[in-house]
Structure formats: C-alpha cells, structure tokens
Design a protein around this ligand. Structure first.
Ligand SMILES: NC(=O)c1ccc[n+]([C@@H]2O[C@H](COP(=O)([O-])OP(=O)(O)OC[C@H]3O[C@@H](n4cnc5c(N)ncnc54)[C@H](O)[C@@H]3O)[C@@H](O)[C@H]2O)c1
Length: 384
C-alpha cells in the first residue's frame, strides 16, 4: 500500500508518517515547512526542540528497514503536486497540510486571506490532481468539529436526514463555524463532497476535536530525535497544553469567559488510530463519508477542574481565573455530537486521566526554561 502524507512535518503529520512506515506502508512525506515559518511571525515556538524535517526523516531511515521518501513542496504549486501524484500514484492520501490555528486566521485581513487561500486552494489543487492522476485513491482529509459550531440540535456525522414540507432529503449538516480558519474547512468539505459527487472520487472527511498529548508509540523509540511539536501558546497551543503549562509555571489557569463552552477532544495516539481505521476501511467510489473524530467532550471549566484535581493530588499549586473571552462564541449552549462511526469500526478511546496529564506536565517541567510566559494569554481578539 502506498500512502502520501501531506503536512508531514506537522504535529499530527510526523507521528502519522512514522506509524504507517512502521506498519510497512510505502510512505511519501510532503510538507512546505510553512508552519515553522508562521510561528516566527508571533515569536512563538514549540516547547521542545524539533529536529528539522529532513533530519527527522534521515534519523528514522537510518534505524528502520522501511524507508520514508520525503519532499519539501507546497500544495499551492499545482505543477509539483501533479508530478508527485503522477509519479507516486498513492492508494491513500492523508491531507493535514493546512494552516490550523483559529486565532491566527482572526488576527487580520492578511491572516484570514492567507489561511483561506492556503487551505481552500491547496485542497482544490489536490482534488484536480487526484482526478487527473489517481481518481481511485482514497482521500483522508482533516476537518474539525469546530465546523459545526454549537447548534441547538444533536450534531450528526456530516449528513442530516431532513424532512421539509412533507418531502425528505439527505443534506450536508448545516455548519456554523467560529473563525475564518474553521470556515476554510467548511469550504473544503463542500468542495470535496462536490468532487466525489461529480467525478466519483472517494473521501473520508474527519471532523476532529482538538488534540492533546505529546507522544505516540513510534516517538517513544527515540523521543529526543523523533518528538513532535508541543505548543503551549495562545495561538497554536490547545487549551489542555496551555492549562498544564500554566500550572507548571505557578500561574493561574485562565479560562476564556464563563467557561461553559463545550468542546470535543482526543489523544494524539487516537488521532493516529482513527486515521489508520479510515485508511483500512475505505469508502466506495463517489462516496463523501464523514466521521466525527473525538473521544470525549466537556466544558472548559470541566477541563480546568480535571487538571486542578491532578494538581491537588500532586501538591502542585493551581487556581482557575476567568478572563475576558477574546472569541465571539456561545458560552451557554446545547452540545451533543455523535461519534459512533469510528468506535463501531474498532476505536478504543484513550481517556484523559491523571496519567495523560502527568506525561504532559513532565514534558513542560523538563523544558520550563524555554517557556515564554508572554505568549500564554490571548492577544488576538475576534472583535477589535
Ligand atoms: N491539532 C489539532 O488539535 C487539530 C484539531 C482539528 C483539526 N486539525 C487539523 O489537522 C491538520 C493537522 O494539524 P496539526 O495540528 O498537525 O497542524 P500543523 O500546523 O502542526 O501541521 C500542518 C502542516 O502542514 C504544512 N502545510 C501547511 N500548508 C501547506 C501547504 N500549502 N503545502 C504543504 N504543506 C503545508 C505545515 O508546514 C505543517 O507542517 C490540520 O489540517 C488541522 O486543521 C488539527
């Protein structure tokens, strides 16, 4: 099986590359390294020192029989993308290669345009290149649970059975995304569904909750050299990373607004398992399949409480304060998303317990001297 991984230098891309290589797949890893570049625009960097993309691949290749092939290339370069697909003809394409931060996309007109241009046009280029060179490949595309927003009805997996004025239809689930980044994912999903419908491509769109966690089985083989990025800052870091970094630095955990906003999340090892399950159970030609990829959901206050319980048990000082919400979002809402598809295909969820929090806490403590406290609290507001 040949697998093309786009966004292979990223937080999720790199562990995915190692996972499929270890499983014996022929892996082609592609990234334009833009994430490492846009981090510097805000003076943020991962807490851990990351090896450059080529070095990480070379270290892996030196110690493993199954060699990873890699290339620095941009999805916006249609000609190069076509060359990759024509030469490699993948069975599966995993597409992570997008700008992934909501705050970044809300910082200015330029950042919103950059995000939507990069994400939407990159994805569109991929669809056209697939149609031309590998129409039978299975596209696994990373979307987000944030595409749905927080509607006052149960969130289904991508589609909704609708009855209106006595007639019935199956329609894409109505979306109410919360940032220009999330909107880019909604546009991607609509473009992919259309390409499946008119060209017969096949795709699994994974609407993923936010991911926490620092390691996977393959990283543990040589953590110093093979680790993935851990962001704790308010632009690229997710809430669990930020809260744990705050308690490690003897700072209050800062909850945005009332904290009753509910969100879904999963462990990084479960991301890899979900992608693997999707890969091994492809949809049929012409099918646009959507899985909601998360294992737990709760409010921001409940996440803070879990981390506080861990801190209390380990005699670490912790306190929760509420700060003005930089985002425009419902703070008091119904939330009941469905996630049965991946579980019915065999996913056994990892629960965020003290053991998971402890692993992150230890990494943060080990790298405490690299933390820039000024980057923890939000400086990008949805409404200026
Ligand atoms: N991490 C999460 O919590 C999370 C949650 C939901 C969805 N997602 C989605 O999963 C995917 C991966 O997320 P991540 O956290 O690993 O992000 P990341 O920024 O760490 O990785 C994305 C990688 O894609 C590369 N890239 C971006 N644009 C590119 C382009 N035009 N051409 C080639 N490479 C390009 C970047 O350099 C980066 O290495 C993203 O699409 C993201 O939106 C992530």
């Amino acid at each position: 099986m040949k697998i093309l991984i786009l966004g292979a230098d990223g937080y999720l891309g790199w562990p995915t590359v190692m996972y499929f290589s270890k499983k014996g797949y022929e892996v082609y890893a592609v990234d334009n390294l833009s994430k490492r570049k846009i981090e510097t625009e805000y003076g943020v960097e991962p807490i851990n020192i990351l090896k450059p993309f080529n070095e990480r691949v070379n270290i892996w290749n030196k110690n493993q029989k199954n060699q990873i092939k890699y290339l620095v290339a941009d999805l916006l370069n249609y000609k190069v993308l076509c060359e990759i697909l024509e030469e490699f003809r993948p069975d599966t394409i995993i597409h992570y290669a997008e700008q992934p931060s909501a705050p970044y996309s809300m910082a200015s007109r330029e950042k919103a345009v950059f995000t939507q241009h990069n994400n939407v046009i990159g994805n569109l280029n991929l669809l056209f290149a697939m149609k031309k060179f590998c129409p039978n490949s299975h596209l696994i595309k990373l979307g987000t649970m944030g595409e749905y927003g927080t509607p006052n009805i149960d969130i289904e997996e991508g589609w909704l059975e609708l009855e209106h004025k006595g007639r019935k239809d199956r329609v894409l689930f109505p979306k109410k995304p919360g940032s220009f980044y999330h909107l880019s994912k909604v546009h991607d999903s609509a473009n992919i569904e259309f390409a499946c419908r008119i060209w017969g491509l096949k795709c699994t769109d994974l609407n993923q909750g936010f991911v926490y966690g620092i390691s996977t089985e393959e990283m543990e083989l040589d953590y110093e050299n093979l680790s993935t990025a851990f962001h704790y800052d308010s632009i690229f870091g997710t809430i669990i990373n930020r809260f744990i970094t705050q308690i490690a630095c003897n700072k209050d955990m800062t909850v945005y607004g009332k904290g009753d906003q509910k969100r879904s999340y999963l462990n990084i090892s479960d991301t890899i398992k979900c992608v693997s399950i999707a890969c091994e159970n492809p949809p049929k030609n012409g099918e646009f399949r959507v899985f909601n990829q998360f294992t737990e959901f709760c409010s921001l206050n409940e996440i803070a409480k879990k981390i506080k319980n861990y801190a209390d048990k380990n005699k670490i000082r912790s306190n929760v304060t509420h700060i003005e919400n930089p985002r425009i979002e419902d703070e008091d809402h119904y939330y009941n998303p469905t996630n049965t598809s991946l579980i019915s295909l065999g996913l056994k969820p990892i629960i965020m317990d003290d053991n998971q929090i402890d692993k992150i806490f230890k990494l943060v403590k080990k790298n405490q001297n690299r933390i820039n406290l000024n980057t923890l609290d939000p400086n990008i507001k949805w409404k200026k």
